[in-house]
Design a protein around this ligand. Structure first.
Ligand code: 26Y
Length: 841
């Protein structure tokens, strides 16, 4: 966007006056933020309108997701509009602290983890690539909870992110649609079989649109968030009729509950009903809007799949399959077969996890009562699908039952998603292989062509340019500014990997961020950490398979060694944790309590000369991650191999030059292939070894407890009063390892992890060597940009021709040559020259 500093200042001061009626000097940071965001909203509005007009003709992608973990938007808008430098300079002149203003923004946390953040990354990448791709989600009244610690325990506080309003949303009441729950359906034969749906509860879905601005281009896409509102016509409340009034209030509360919180507690039947309501509400509203838009564009429904791609982010929106069938058949009079082939051709599905508890199923009775017409359709899909299976496997009932959509009184959403879509993808090579060979092997045999891999990617604009502007500038000076558009240009850093002058600049940037983070941590926790210690960061959701306990056990072991030998030669280290535990996940919450207690014990101990410090930062979210990325030396990516579908934190950290200590799982494997095995520290069981143990047994954690003194000491310390909080407090953790089988194989990997940590420290002590590793991680991170992933989705799955030619996402060993865009190494001659001169690793 073209606007100079003086003009911006003029417009900004004008906005301050109009909004607040007082001079800038008298405004608070919050008021200054309001004025800035309101001005940005004005800028975007006009571009949005033009972009929508331009995009009308092309094929549109709709990415349906129950989570969008957006993070703060203002700074990203400035970067993508090309205004950040101008605005920073303008504020500097006005004597205003831009960073402080930006801290006033709420962090919209409409998601809980990787899947939700990935959805947000892809929105950014789609707009950057000028692809007409839009998000469809829910406008939760409360975000994923805010985490407070009280005596080291996680307390969940409602995240009231809308309390002061959300400036970047545009309510579109005129595009509201009706959603129907419950009631009865009766078949009617009137030439064609039709269903009459009566006595249902009607809910209004009102869209709130959030603009998604492309990076330095004209594209502005839309994230549409649906909000549940009562139907005005159902609103009867008069003083003379108390019963009606109570019913009305009950109805209003029921309706508003639909978009009240993400993942309502599903331990009760009511809670499960609410979750299913959310899923249907999201899919039905989105599909109704998509078909309405198609009609506005004068495109016949029979051409639906040529003009629309609907992508479902895991199975939460898998009701898109029967709902699209319903709309085509009931609302538009189409026959089953035509509706089915259009549905399959339109919908594609990404699986994000093989954890059994996340493979969704619904009890038939609950489903049928809430969605009677959808149930009839799912039943029909199941019957037809089972007939097909019968043709292929005649008489093999076990096989058919294993693959059916409905079996044993439950509806299996993954099966519905696979049968009803034309593409099923995993999110890393290993994950896709496990899906094909194990978790979904029956389906892979039946539909070999549907399965494909799309290794995740993340937006380098947020996680590098926004989070670490100093590093971004250094990269620009070194490899040329084009790396922003072509992240694979970062390979041009390789010739500088061993250059002391370049390394020193990188080190100075990291040191600056470490000291800033240290000050913030002191402020937030009262713990003083040394900016010259190794910053070792483990941030992600708290879950057994992510193995925060493995990290904690290693810390305890280090501490024990230090106590035994206070003069031990150890490079000072700061262990940083962050992450939320699902409110109902008892053991994960106890893990937080345990690590906080450990931190307390270690940080207070004056005898270890501050050699190790441990901090667990409260309320981990996107904004906190952005502060940690540029200050982290070591990134912990240590899940039980085979359990982490991909992981995306790993990618964000290497972009900032952190070195990973990790297991051979998910995206770590591809990162190792890209950066080279000398530039990542890997350890532990492989996925095949883990899966063998899961299938055949043969692992007894007591063997390790009894055979490895270090493990015995650490585990005993959980229950012998070593930790503040009492000896029984942490017994469930102790029991989970020794009495419940150590399901995630923490003890089994302990020795390998301790060795890997020693190796890490050895390498860190050679400063030049460590920095060269760091540079090589950044150099190879371009491949993990979401722009690369999205181009693959666009070409392979959605068959979408991008407005702009497909860009090149090459790495040293691989050339993502794409048929449609003709993306080859030869399109980047400068890069090719650099590559042929460079030595890899
Ligand atoms: C139980 C059900 C309601 C449910 C709720 C949340 C099921 C799944 C999820 C969330 C899954 C998730 O976030 N998966 C993560 O997706 C990332 C993006 O693909 C992966 O990088 C990461 O490995 C995976 O754990």
């Amino acid at each position: 966007m073209n606007i100079d500093k003086e003009e911006f200042q003029r417009q900004y001061l004008d906005k301050v006056a109009k909004l607040h009626g007082k001079p800038l000097e008298e405004t608070s940071d919050g008021e200054r933020y309001q004025a800035l965001s309101s001005l940005i909203r004005d800028y975007i509005g006009q571009r949005w309108l033009l972009s929508r007009r331009r995009q009308r003709q092309g094929k549109q992608v709709y990415y349906l997701s129950i989570e969008f973990l957006l993070g703060r938007l203002t700074d990203m808008y400035l970067i993508n509009l090309g205004l950040r430098d101008t605005v920073a300079a303008a504020f500097f002149d006005l004597g205003v602290d831009l960073a402080a203003i930006l801290e006033s923004e709420e962090d919209p946390g409409l998601g809980n983890g990787g899947l939700g953040r990935l959805a947000a990354c892809y929105l950014d990448s789609m707009a950057a690539e000028s692809l007409p791709g839009h998000g469809c989600g829910l406008r939760y009244r409360y975000g994923f909870f805010e985490q407070d610690f009280v005596n080291g325990r996680q307390i969940e506080v409602p995240d009231d992110w809308l309390k002061t309003g959300f400036i970047y949303e545009f309510r579109r009441s005129d595009e509201a649609v009706e959603i129907r729950f419950g009631g009865t359906v009766t078949p009617e034969l009137n030439g064609k079989l039709r269903y009459r749906h009566e006595n249902y509860e009607s809910v209004l879905a009102v869209p709130y649109d959030v603009p998604v601005v492309g990076h330095l281009n004209d594209t502005v896409n839309t994230l549409r968030l649906w909000s549940a509102e009562p139907h005005r016509t159902d609103f009867v409340c008069s003083a003379t009729n108390r019963n009606d009034c109570l019913k009305t209030i009950e109805y209003k509360n029921d309706v508003e509950a639909i978009t009240s919180v993400l993942y309502p507690d599903d331990s009760t039947r009511d809670g499960r009903v609410l979750r299913l309501k959310q899923h249907y509400f999201l899919t039905s509203a989105s599909l109704q809007a998509i078909l309405a838009d198609l009609a506005r564009r004068d495109i016949p429904l029979t051409r639906l799949s040529d003009h629309v791609a609907v992508h479902i982010n895991d199975t939460h929106p898998a009701l898109a399959v029967p709902e699209l069938m319903r709309l085509l058949i009931d609302e538009h009079g189409m026959g089953w077969d035509e509706a089915w082939s259009l549905t399959v051709a339109t919908i594609s599905y990404t699986n994000h996890t093989i954890m059994p508890e996340a493979l969704e199923t619904w009890p038939v009775d609950l489903f049928q009562a809430l969605l009677p017409r959808i149930f009839v359709i799912v039943n029909e899909i199941n019957e037809r699908f089972c007939r097909e299976l019968w043709q292929r496997y005649p008489g093999d009932w076990d096989h058919i039952r294993a693959m059916a959509v409905i079996a044993d009184g439950t509806i299996r959403m993954a099966h519905l998603a696979i049968a009803g879509s034309h593409s099923v993808n995993g999110v890393a090579q290993l994950h896709t292989r496990i899906l094909k060979e194990r978790v979904m092997s029956d389906f892979h045999q039946f539909y070999p062509d549907k399965f494909n891999n799309k290794t995740n990617g993340v937006t380098h604009r947020r996680f590098l340019i926004k989070a670490n502007p100093q590093l971004a500038a250094l990269l620009g000076e070194t490899v040329g500014e084009q790396w922003v558009q072509y992240p694979c240009d970062l390979l041009g850093l390789l010739p500088h990997a061993a250059d002391p002058a370049f390394q020193d600049k990188l080190a100075a940037i990291r040191r600056w961020h470490k000291s800033k983070l240290a000050a913030q941590i002191l402020d937030a926790t009262g713990v003083r950490i040394d900016p010259d210690s190794i910053f070792d960061t483990h941030v992600k959701r708290i879950h057994g398979y992510k193995r925060q306990t493995l990290n904690a056990f290693h810390i305890m072991h280090l501490y024990n060694r230090l106590k035994a030998d206070p003069g031990m030669d150890l490079t000072p280290r700061t262990f940083i944790f962050g992450g939320k535990a699902a409110p109902a996940y008892r053991l994960a919450k106890l893990t937080i309590r345990f690590i906080n207690a450990l931190a307390d014990k270690i940080n207070r101990d004056k005898t270890i000369n501050d050699k190790i410090k441990v901090v667990f930062l409260e309320n981990y979210n996107v904004s906190l991650l952005e502060k940690l990325l540029p200050a982290t030396d070591v990134s912990e990516q240590i899940p039980t191999a085979s359990r982490e579908a991909c992981g995306t934190g790993n990618m964000k950290f290497i972009m900032n030059g952190s070195v990973i200590i990790g297991t051979l799982d998910g995206g770590n494997i591809e990162i190792r292939n890209a950066v080279g095995e000398d530039n990542i520290i890997t350890f532990g069981l492989t996925a095949d070894e883990v899966l063998n143990i899961y299938e055949r047994g043969g692992y007894n954690p007591w063997d390790i407890y009894c055979g490895d003194e270090r493990v015995k000491t650490v585990l005993d310390q959980l229950v012998n009063g070593f930790l503040p909080g009492g000896p029984d407090e942490y017994r469930p953790i102790f029991d989970s390892f020794l009495h419940h089988g150590d399901h995630f194989l923490v003890l089994k990997d302990f020795a390998a992890y301790v060795d890997a940590q020693k190796e890490l420290e050895r390498r860190y002590r050679d400063r030049r060597h460590w920095l060269s590793m760091s540079v090589r991680n950044i150099a190879h991170s371009g491949k993990f940009s979401g722009d690369r992933t999205f181009t693959e989705y666009a070409v392979d799955i959605w068959r979408l021709r991008p407005e702009a030619p497909v860009r090149c996402y090459c790495s040293a060993d691989e050339d993502f040559a794409r048929a449609e865009g003709g993306c080859t190494l030869s399109r980047r001659p400068a890069l090719q020259a650099t590559l042929s001169n460079a030595t890899y690793n």
